[in-house]
Write a protein of this length. Structure first.
Lengths: 427, 301
C-alpha cells in the first residue's frame, strides 16, 4: 500500500499543464469536438450530462447538444451562441488541459484574442467540405499574432467527404502556402470526424492512409517546456515584502513572477530604472531556499545591497537589458465599443508597471479576413487590429512580443470608466 | 522531471500566488472570504506562501449563516490563532434579527441565499475594495465565465455580459469609489488539483472531509445532516451511517457522500472514480438552470 502511494503521487507530479484555445462556430463542429474530448477522456460527469440532456429536450433538440455544456450564461443558451471565453478542464494520465473555448465569428475577434493570450497551442478547425475559408484565415492570423507556439489544424467532418485522402492533402497544401506568410513555427495536421470520433481520441479505421497521431496524442505530446523564453532574464518586481517582525527585522524581499531567463543565487543583476548593480543573495519560495528561478515561477528575491526598489521596477542581467523607451509601436486589438481616440490619452499597464500613454498615429489597419493592410483608415473600433504608435509618460522596460510574450504585452484602460479597451503586442 | 519545467500543480500555485500579490499591490483594503471549506483553506495556505516571511496582509472574513458545522467554526478559530490572522465575522442571524432579510420557511428552507445581503453589508461596513474568494471555474458553468479580477458595481452586482477582457497576466483592478472586486486566485484549479495539492503540501483540513458516523436522512437522492433546525418531511427517516463532506457549506444545502475514505489517498481515489460533480449534492444549484448565475449577479460569492 505504501509503495503504491509513493508511485501514484510521483506519477502525478510528472504531469504538465497545456493550455490550448479553440475558435469556431457551431457549424464547424467545435462544440462537438470539445464534447468529444471531454467525453472520451471521461471528464463529463453524470449530473452534467443529465443537465445537458434536460436542457436539450427543453429546447426541442432530438440529440444531445454538447454546446450547452460550455455555454454557461443564460443569454448564451437563449441565443444559442457562445459570447464569452469559457474555460474547460480535463486531464489524461499524461497531462492536464485547460481549454479556452472562444466564439469564431468576426464580431468576437476580441474574445479569440483573449483566449489566445495564454495558450500554448491553438486548434484550427476546418470543415473538409469547404476547405480554407475567411474564418480559417482569421483564426490562424490571430493565433500567429498572439504568438501561440503550436498550431494543430483539424480537418473536420472527414466522414462527409468519404474520408478522402486527396481532400485532406489539398487542404493541407493550401494551408501551408497560406501559413508561410505568417509567423507560424509549429503546425501539425490531423484529419478527424468529431461527430464519429475518428482520430480524436481513438485512431480511425476509416483513414488507414493517415500515419500521424490522433488529436489527443498530439495534445499529450507537444513539447512545451521551451515555450517560455529561457534566455533573456526578466523579473518585474510585483510587491516588496517587509515583515514587521523582530526575527526578520532587516528582511527586504522582492516578490514577482519570472518573466524570462533564469536567475541563480550569486548572479550579478541590474535593477531598472536606477541602473544599480548588485548580487542575488537568496531566492525563496515560502520556507524553501531555491538555487535558481525560471518562468513561470513566483518567488521572492533578496539582494546583497540595500537599493531602493519598488513595484514596476525590473531586475535584469547587466549584459542583457531590455529595450528602454517611451515611443513604442504596437499591434493593437481594440476591445471596446467606444472607438479608439487618435491623440487620446489612456492608462497603460505593462508587466507590473503603470503608466499613461498618448495614441500618436495609426500606421495601418489589418483586414483580418484577407490579411491585407489598409493604410489610410485611422478609425479603429471594436475588434479592429491595427499597427499603432504610442508615447508613454515614462520609459517602459520592454521586449518585442515575438521575443517575450510577457515583457512584450500592454493593455490600455479608459480613464473615464476604468474598462480595458485595447491590448497591444509590442513590435 | 525535466529541467526548467514546472509540474502543473506548481504552475497553478505560481499563478495563484501571483494573483494574491497583485491584490495586495493594487487594492487598499482587501479581504479573504473564508468559509472553512477546502478551497478557502488552500487560499490561506497560498497567501502564507505569497507573503512569507511577512504575515498575510489582509483579514479573513467569514459569513456565518449560523447553520455551520461546529467543526468548521473550531477549525476556523484555530487556523486564525496559528497564523495570527485577523478574523471578521458577518452574521446572517444578525441580518435576520435586524429585519434586513427574511428567513425562508418550508422543507427546503436555506440561509444560503441570505448570505448575499450579509456579505455585501460586511464589505460595505469595512470598506473592503477587494474580496478574495475560492471560486473555481470547473465548479459550475456560470463560474466558467468568471474573470480572475471580477468587477462589482456600487450595488455589488456582477454584469456577466459586460466583463473586462483579461489577457496574459495583466490584471486591471481600477475602479470608482464604492465599487469593489471579487478576485478568484484558484480559478484554474479543478477539484482534483485541490486534493492533490492538499496531499502534496500536507495541508490540515477539517475532519468533516473524512469518513465519520452521522445522523442523516435522504431527500431527492441527497443525504443531508439531521441538524436540529432541519425540517423533515413525514416520510424522511433518520439513519446513522458513515459519510463524509465533499464540499463544506451551510448545513441545509451540503449534501453528504456515503464514504469510507479516512485518508487523503482514499479521498483522491474516490474522486478519481466518481462520476458526479462535487456540486451535484448542492441543493442551492439545483433550484434552476441559471441558479448560480442569478445569485452571482446579485453579489453572491
Amino acid at each position: 500500500m505504501m509503495e503504491e502511494k509513493e508511485f501514484s503521487s510521483k506519477a502525478y507530479l510528472d504531469m504538465e499543464l497545456l493550455r490550448f484555445t479553440t475558435a469556431g462556430s457551431v457549424d464547424d463542429g467545435k462544440s462537438t469536438l470539445i464534447g468529444r474530448l471531454l467525453y472520451d477522456s471521461k471528464s463529463i460527469f453524470e449530473d452534467q450530462l443529465e443537465a445537458v440532456k434536460r436542457a436539450s429536450i427543453k429546447k426541442g433538440n432530438e440529440s444531445i447538444d454538447l454546446s450547452l455544456l460550455t455555454d454557461g450564461l443564460r443569454a448564451e443558451r437563449e441565443q444559442g451562441i457562445t459570447i464569452d471565453v469559457a474555460y474547460r478542464y480535463f486531464a489524461t494520465p499524461k497531462r492536464k488541459f485547460i481549454i479556452a473555448d472562444t466564439p469564431g465569428h468576426v464580431q468576437y475577434t476580441r474574445n479569440m484574442v483573449t483566449g489566445a493570450s495564454t495558450a500554448n497551442a491553438a486548434i484550427i478547425l476546418i470543415d473538409a467540405r469547404n476547405g480554407i475559408t475567411e474564418q480559417s484565415h482569421r483564426h490562424t492570423f490571430i493565433a500567429s499574432l498572439l504568438q501561440i507556439p503550436h498550431m494543430v489544424v483539424c480537418v473536420n467532418k472527414m466522414d462527409l467527404v468519404d474520408y478522402a485522402e486527396e481532400t485532406y492533402e489539398k487542404i493541407k497544401t493550401d494551408f501551408q502556402a497560406f501559413a508561410a506568410k505568417l509567423a507560424v513555427k509549429d503546425v501539425r495536421f490531423v484529419p478527424i470526424s468529431a461527430l464519429k470520433g475518428d482520430n480524436v481520441v481513438k485512431k480511425s479505421e476509416k483513414m488507414p492512409w493517415y500515419e500521424g497521431g490522433t488529436l489527443m496524442y498530439i495534445l499529450e505530446n507537444i513539447h512545451i517546456s521551451s515555450d517560455h523564453n529561457h534566455i533573456d532574464a526578466r523579473f518585474p518586481v510585483q510587491y516588496v515584502i517587509r515583515p514587521q517582525r523582530d526575527e526578520y527585522h532587516d528582511f527586504r524581499g522582492y516578490a514577482g513572477r519570472v518573466a524570462g531567463g533564469t536567475f541563480k543565487v550569486g548572479d550579478k543583476v541590474m535593477v531598472l530604472p536606477s541602473g544599480f548593480t548588485t548580487t542575488i543573495k537568496s531566492i525563496i519560495n515560502h520556507t524553501k531556499e531555491l538555487e535558481e528561478a525560471f518562468p513561470p515561477m513566483s518567488v521572492t528575491i533578496t539582494l546583497e545591497d540595500d537599493i531602493d526598489i519598488s513595484r514596476g521596477d525590473m531586475i535584469v542581467k547587466e549584459n542583457n537589458v531590455p529595450r528602454i523607451g517611451q515611443d513604442i509601436d504596437i499591434m493593437m486589438c481594440w476591445m471596446s465599443e467606444k472607438p479608439m481616440r487618435l491623440n487620446g490619452k489612456y492608462a497603460l499597464k505593462h508587466t507590473t508597471a503603470d503608466a499613461r500613454c498618448l495614441i500618436k498615429d495609426v500606421k495601418y489597419k489589418v483586414n483580418v479576413n484577407t490579411l491585407g493592410k489598409i493604410p489610410d483608415d485611422k478609425n479603429i473600433g471594436l475588434n479592429d487590429i491595427a499597427r499603432v504608435s504610442i508615447r508613454t509618460t515614462k520609459p517602459l522596460f520592454y521586449d518585442s512580443y515575438r521575443q517575450n510574450r510577457k515583457s512584450g504585452a500592454v493593455i490600455l484602460i479608459d480613464e473615464a470608466d476604468n474598462t480595458t479597451v485595447g491590448v497591444g503586442m509590442i513590435i | 522531471m525535466k529541467k526548467y519545467n514546472l509540474n502543473h500543480l506548481r504552475e497553478l500555485e505560481a499563478e495563484s500566488i501571483y494573483i494574491l500579490r497583485e491584490v495586495a499591490a493594487q487594492f487598499e483594503r482587501p479581504a479573504l472570504l473564508f468559509s472553512g471549506g477546502k478551497d478557502s483553506i488552500i487560499l490561506v495556505h497560498l497567501s502564507v506562501k505569497a507573503f512569507w516571511p511577512a504575515k498575510i496582509p489582509f483579514p479573513l472574513v467569514h459569513i456565518d449563516t449560523g447553520h455551520n458545522f461546529e467543526e468548521t467554526i473550531t477549525f476556523r478559530d484555530e487556523l486564525c490563532r496559528k497564523l495570527g490572522a485577523q478574523l471578521i465575522v458577518g452574521s446572517v442571524q444578525e441580518s435576520i434579527d435586524k429585519g434586513k432579510v427574511v428567513e425562508e420557511t418550508g422543507y427546503n428552507a436555506s440561509r444560503n441565499l441570505l448570505q448575499t445581503t450579509t456579505l455585501l453589508d460586511t464589505i460595505e461596513k469595512h470598506k473592503f475594495d477587494a474580496a478574495i474568494g475560492g471560486g473555481r471555474r470547473d465548479e459550475e458553468k456560470a463560474r466558467a465565465k468568471e474573470r480572475f479580477f471580477s468587477h462589482r458595481d456600487e450595488f455589488g452586482q456582477w454584469d456577466p455580459k459586460n466583463q473586462r477582457p483579461e489577457l496574459w497576466n495583466i490584471f486591471n483592478g481600477k475602479k470608482n469609489m464604492g465599487e469593489h472586486f471579487r478576485v478568484f486566485p484558484i480559478s484554474n484549479w479543478t477539484e482534483m488539483d485541490v486534493w492533490q495539492y492538499i496531499y502534496m503540501e500536507n495541508i490540515d483540513i477539517p475532519k468533516l472531509y473524512y469518513t465519520h458516523e452521522r445522523d442523516v436522512f435522504l431527500r431527492d437522492g441527497v443525504w443531508l445532516y439531521d441538524a436540529p433546525f432541519m425540517t423533515k418531511k413525514p416520510d424522511e427517516k433518520v439513519e446513522r451511517i458513515r459519510v463524509r463532506c465533499r464540499t463544506i457549506g451551510d448545513i441545509s444545502c451540503t449534501g453528504l457522500t456515503v464514504s469510507m475514505a479516512d485518508s487523503l489517498e482514499d479521498i483522491i481515489q474516490e474522486i478519481a472514480a466518481t462520476r458526479i460533480t462535487e456540486r451535484g449534492g448542492r441543493a442551492d444549484d439545483m433550484r434552476s438552470e441559471a441558479a448560480m448565475e442569478d445569485r452571482k449577479k446579485e453579489g453572491y460569492f
